[in-house]
Design a protein around this ligand. Structure first.
Ligand code: NAP
Length: 509
C-alpha cells in the first residue's frame, strides 16, 4: 500500500515583534501579576519567568515566580475567606457562577487568543476549550443548588438519622498545560459551588489563562481571598506543591497531570490526610472491529488522536484494528491525515495542528517514535529521511505493524502519532487494551450492539466512547482507574470531592 501523504506547514504569519505587540493590544485580560490573598502581586524577591508562544518563540509576558511563603499567604487568605464563602447561601453562589459564566462567554474570543498564544493550539480548538470550560461553570451554577444530604429511617424509631453535606474546606487546584482553561474551570466550578475557597497553581507553560480566569472571577464578584492563583516556574513548583500538600488548612487537593507527579502529591498529602482527586495520565486504546463503520471510525480517530496535536490525556494512543478491515482502515486514516491536517501557528487561518508545547515534549515524542521504529514499527509517513519540520512542530505521523511491546504502545505518546496494530479476535483486543497500567479512556467502533456492550463493560478504564471520538462534557463523570487516577470530575460526581458528609443523630424519646 503506497500512501501519498503530505501535509502543509503554514509559515509564520507575523514577525516575532509584531505578534507580541498585536497580541498585547488585543489581550486586555493579560495579567503579569499573580492573584494572592485578594491582591495582584509580584514575588517577594521580584523573581519572574517568561511565558513563551510555542509556535513563534516570542515572549508573551513575564509572571511572578512565587514560592512557599506566597503559597502560605494564599492558603491563609483562603482559610479566612472560607468562613464566609462556606456560609454563603447556595443560591447566591449559583448567581455568582452564572455571572462568571456570562463573563467567560463575553470574553471568549480573548481567552481563546490568549490560550492559543501560550499553549499553541489552533484558535478553533481554543474557542472550543473556552466553551467547554465555561460549560462547567454553567453546570456547577446549577449544581450549587442541588447539593443536599438525606434523611433515612434509622434502626430505632426514636432516632432521626440525618446526613448533611458541608463544604470540605480550602481546595488546592493544580492544573496542566494541555487544557489550562478547561481543567481549571472544571475544578473551580465544583469547588465554588460546594462552598470551598481555592488556591490554584497553573503549569509553568500556561499561567496566563489561569490569571485571565481569575481576573474574570474577580469581575464576577468573587470575594477577595476565595481564589488565589500562584504562578511558579518549573524550578519552584515542587516547593509550592509541597507547601500546599503539607498545609493542614488545605482540605482537598485536586490535581490533573502526569501519573509520576500525581503519585508524589498523593504521598505528600498523606501527612495531612487530605481528600484527593487525581486525574492522571492515559494510554487509550482505540479498537476498530470488523463490523465497524470505517468512515465513522476514521473520523473518530482523527478527532481523538490529533486534537491538541495529540496532547490530550484521553487521546487515542493505541489503535487496534481487526485483521478484516486493517488495510482499509490504515489507508483511509492515512489519506484523511494527508488531506485534513494543516500544521502551523494556531493563530493563523486554516491551521488545525499546532506545535508541541515545549522542547521536552518534542524530544519525548520523537524519542518514542524512533524507538518504536527501531523495534520494528513501519513509519508510513512522514517518509523516513524527510526533512524535520522547524521549531516545535512535530509532523503528523502514521506507524503501522506496531506490536503491544513497542514504546509507542507502552507509553502515552502525547503527540500527533497514529500507531496501528492488527488483532484477530475480540479477546485478543481486550487483552492488549487491558494490559496497560493506565485506565483513563477507551474507544470502540463496532456496529454490533452486543459487542459494544460486552467490550464497554470489559475495558478497564473510566470512560468509553462507543462509535464516538469526542467524549468530554460537563454533565459526565470524567476520570480513570488504575494509575490514571482517583475520583471523578463533572456531573454531580465532583460534589464528592469538595464536600464532607456529616451524620447527625436526633434522639426523639
Ligand atoms: P505534570 O508535569 O504532572 O504537570 C501538571 C501540573 O503539576 C503542572 O501545573 C506542573 O507545574 C505541576 N507539577 C509538576 N511537578 C510538581 C510538584 N512536584 N508538585 C506540585 N505540582 C507539580 O504533567 P504535564 O506534563 O503538565 O501534563 C501532561 C500529563 O497530564 C499527561 O500525562 C496527561 O495524560 C495528564 N493529563 C491528565 C488529564 C486527566 O484529566 N486525567 C487531563 C490532562 C492531562 P509545572 O508546569 O510548573 O511543572
Amino acid at each position: 500500500m503506497a500512501l501519498q501523504l503530505s501535509y502543509r506547514l503554514l509559515g509564520r504569519q507575523l514577525s516575532a515583534g509584531q505578534a507580541t505587540r498585536v497580541g498585547r493590544r488585543r489581550l486586555s485580560l493579560l495579567r503579569e501579576r499573580a492573584l494572592v490573598a485578594g491582591q495582584w502581586t509580584v514575588a517577594a524577591d521580584g523573581a519572574t519567568f517568561d511565558v513563551i508562544n510555542p509556535a513563534t518563540d516570542d515572549v508573551i509576558a513575564s509572571v511572578p515566580d512565587l514560592g512557599e511563603a506566597d503559597a502560605a499567604r494564599a492558603v491563609a487568605a483562603a482559610a479566612e475567606a472560607q468562613r464566609s464563602w462556606g456560609q454563603t447561601a447556595p443560591r447566591r453562589r449559583s448567581q455568582l457562577l452564572q455571572a462568571y459564566f456570562r463573563l467567560l462567554e463575553e470574553h471568549g474570543e480573548q481567552l481563546a487568543a490568549l490560550l492559543t498564544a501560550e499553549q499553541g493550539k489552533p484558535l478553533a480548538e481554543a474557542r472550543a476549550e473556552v466553551a467547554y470550560g465555561a460549560g462547567y461553570i454553567e453546570w456547577f451554577a446549577g449544581e450549587a443548588r442541588r447539593i443536599h444530604g438525606e434523611v433515612v429511617d434509622g434502626a430505632a424509631p426514636h432516632k432521626e438519622t440525618l446526613m448533611i453535606r458541608q463544604p470540605a474546606g480550602v481546595a488546592a487546584l493544580i492544573t496542566p498545560w494541555n487544557f489550562p482553561i478547561a481543567m481549571l474551570l472544571r475544578k473551580l466550578g465544583a469547588a465554588l459551588a460546594c462552598g470551598c475557597a481555592a488556591v490554584a497553581k497553573p503549569a509553568e507553560d500556561t499561567p496566563l489563562s489561569a490569571l485571565a480566569l481569575a481576573a474574570l472571577a474577580e469581575q464576577a464578584g468573587l470575594p477577595p481571598g476565595v481564589l488565589s492563583v500562584l504562578t511558579a516556574s518549573r524550578a519552584r513548583t515542587p516547593e509550592v506543591g509541597a507547601a500546599l500538600c503539607r498545609d493542614p488548612r488545605v482540605a482537598v487537593l485536586s490535581f490533573t497531570g502526569s501519573t509520576a507527579v500525581g503519585k508524589l502529591l498523593y504521598a505528600q498529602c498523606a501527612s495531612t490526610v487530605k481528600k484527593l482527586s487525581l486525574e492522571l495520565g492515559g494510554n487509550s486504546p482505540f479498537i476498530v472491529f470488523d463490523s465497524a463503520d470505517l468512515e465513522k471510525a476514521v473520523a473518530g480517530c482523527m478527532a481523538s488522536k490529533f486534537r491538541n496535536s495529540g496532547q490530550t490525556c484521553i487521546s487515542t494512543n493505541r489503535i487496534l484494528v481487526q485483521a478484516g478491515v486493517y488495510d482499509r482502515f490504515v489507508a483511509a486514516l492515512g489519506s484523511v491525515m494527508a488531506s485534513q491536517l494543516t500544521a502551523g501557528d494556531g493563530a493563523a487561518d486554516g491551521v488545525n495542528l499546532g506545535p508541541l508545547v515545549n522542547n521536552a515534549q518534542l524530544e519525548k515524542v520523537s524519542g518514542l517514535v524512533s524507538e518504536s521504529v527501531r523495534q520494528g514499527a513501519r513509519q508510513v509517513w512522514p517518509r523516513p529521511g524527510s526533512a524535520a519540520p522547524e521549531g516545535r512542530f512535530y509532523p503528523p505521523t502514521l506507524l503501522t505493524e506496531v506490536t503491544p511491546d513497542m514504546a509507542c504502545f507502552r507509553e502515552e505518546v502525547f503527540g500527533p502519532v497514529a500507531a496501528c496494530a492488527r488483532f484477530e479476535t475480540e479477546e485478543e483486543a481486550l487483552a492488549i487494551a487491558n494490559s496497560s497500567d493506565m485506565g483513563l479512556a477507551g474507544y470502540i467502533f463496532t456496529e454490533n450492539i452486543a459487542q459494544a456492550w460486552r467490550v464497554s463493560r470489559a475495558l478497564e478504564c473510566g470512560m468509553v466512547g462507543v462509535n464516538e471520538g469526542l467524549i468530554s462534557q460537563p454533565e459526565a463523570a470524567f476520570g480513570g482507574v488504575k494509575l490514571s487516577g482517583l475520583g471523578r470530575e463533572g456531573g454531580h460526581y465532583s460534589v464528592e470531592d469538595y464536600t464532607e458528609v456529616k451524620y447527625i443523630c436526633f434522639g426523639t424519646k
